[in-house]
Write a new protein. Structure first.
Length: 176
């Protein structure tokens, strides 16, 4: 859709066809890259944080290749959310980094780690922090992760290649 008039026409047509059982949320399309961040909180204090962006998609759009990024603004936001909730444990968030350099947009939040190995290889042992918390310990706050560390999920990359019609040669190239 290009403008408000297009939205209203599409809305009327879909409503007439019975497409809406209830209210509908329409969001503005924002071009950008989806990134993820994860952290560990000790009674509302952020003690470990790591963020990464997708470099290559695998099956179903999941991350086949990821690269750690430094996102101080996202770290600040996650710390504020965890503090407000007095969070104890690990949340992860998905966010969109707009192409135009606008403010990042939070998309989703989950009460778990999503890629602990990516964080570990970037120098942030989030699983170790969680284990310390589970033993009733108060771990020290970890420093920033190393930026630019690339990790990959081989099976995700191979399934992604195959789902796009990849030949055996394409799969072998992906393995290499």
């Amino acid at each position: 859709m290009r403008d408000q008039a297009d939205l209203e026409i599409a809305s009327r047509e879909l409503n007439a066809a019975g497409a809406f059982a209830d209210e509908v949320l329409v969001q503005e399309f924002i071009a950008g890259t989806t990134e993820k961040a994860q952290g560990v909180f000790c009674h509302g204090e952020l003690i470990g944080f790591q963020a990464y962006r997708q470099v290559a998609a695998g099956a179903g759009g999941g991350e086949a290749i990821k690269q750690s990024v430094g996102r101080p603004e996202i770290r600040t936001w996650l710390a504020a959310i965890g503090k407000r909730l007095a969070w104890h444990g690990a949340p992860s968030i998905d966010y969109l980094m707009p192409e135009r350099g606008d403010t990042p947009r939070l998309i989703d939040c989950n009460p778990r780690l999503v890629e602990p190995m990516s964080a570990h290889l970037a120098g942030t042992d989030l699983v170790g922090l969680l284990l310390q918390l589970s033993r009733g310990e108060t771990p020290p706050v970890l420093g920033d992760s190393v930026e630019g560390v690339r990790t990959h999920l081989a099976m995700q990359a191979l399934l992604g290649c195959a789902s796009k019609g990849g030949t055996r040669r394409d799969l072998l190239r992906e393995c290499c």
